[in-house]
Write a new protein. Structure first.
Length: 98
């Protein structure tokens, strides 16, 4: 992903104990990048932010706390890339409280 690109997931139900996100990323560039988690639209409310570190050839599993607030219910979820570098997302999942 590079600056301004996004992944969209339609009709995601939030409210089943989600407290954050787990993202597996690879970043071979030594520039600073950020991944924003937004709801409803690519420029919607930010519910989480992840700084993407330099990983070289390794894939890192990073955890991000979410600020759900009153965001429970069904929403479109967007992962939006920011910054000057580009990175690869291998997987994405929710972290739940059980």
């Amino acid at each position: 992903m590079r600056n301004g690109s996004y992944l969209g997931f339609g009709q995601v139900y939030l409210g089943m104990g989600e407290i954050g996100f787990k993202v597996e990323v690879t970043n071979q560039q030594k520039t600073e990048s950020t991944l924003e988690f937004r709801i409803d639209k690519p420029k919607g409310k930010i519910i989480g932010t992840l700084k993407i570190p330099y990983t070289g050839d390794t894939t890192y599993a990073l955890k991000v706390p979410a600020k759900m607030g009153r965001s429970y219910g069904t929403h479109d979820l967007y992962l939006v890339a920011k910054g000057s570098g580009q990175f690869i997302i291998s997987s994405f999942s929710f972290i739940h409280v059980y």
